[in-house]
Design a protein around this ligand. Structure first.
Ligand code: ZN
Length: 135
């Protein structure tokens, strides 16, 4: 499944970041990850809901369990091959805003890019854990 492999890649990057941090800062241990923010390429053709679902499953038992996944769509820089205009596409509407041409040059726009993570260095409170389990 396309989404699962994307999420797997993202998650291992997140967990690696936390592991590196913990190794470098023995006095400031990250216990869990609360938020993950990433940019989604305009052409990545993935459903945010499917991604969140995959993240929930794959993060189970890791410090990222229960983390909130925020997805943003990143604009795609393009140039028009007819009139040469340079612009950014923010939705999948492939037409030049200057001349209306549909021959556009662009690169990238696929996949997920990790932007930031938020962490908590204190263990989960008992009450919180209850709450998380009933969800
Ligand atoms: Zn144009």
């Amino acid at each position: 499944m396309h989404e699962a492999s994307l999420v797997q890649g993202l998650l291992s990057l997140v967990l690696e970041t936390v592991r590196d941090h913990n190794e470098a800062h023995p006095d400031d241990q990250v216990e869990r990850i609360t938020d993950i923010v990433c940019d989604m390429g305009l052409l990545s053709c993935v459903e945010p809901q499917t991604l969140s679902g995959c993240m929930e499953l794959l993060a189970e038992g890791t410090p990222a369990e229960g983390a909130r996944l925020t997805l943003r769509t990143s604009p795609l820089p393009c140039t028009c091959s007819r009139c040469g205009a340079a612009f950014e596409l923010t939705r999948r509407h492939f037409a030049c805003p200057v001349c209306g041409g549909d021959e556009l040059n662009f690169s990238g726009g696929h996949g997920l890019t990790l932007q930031s993570i938020s962490v908590a260095s204190s263990p989960m409170q008992a009450g919180e854990e209850e709450h998380a389990r009933t969800h």
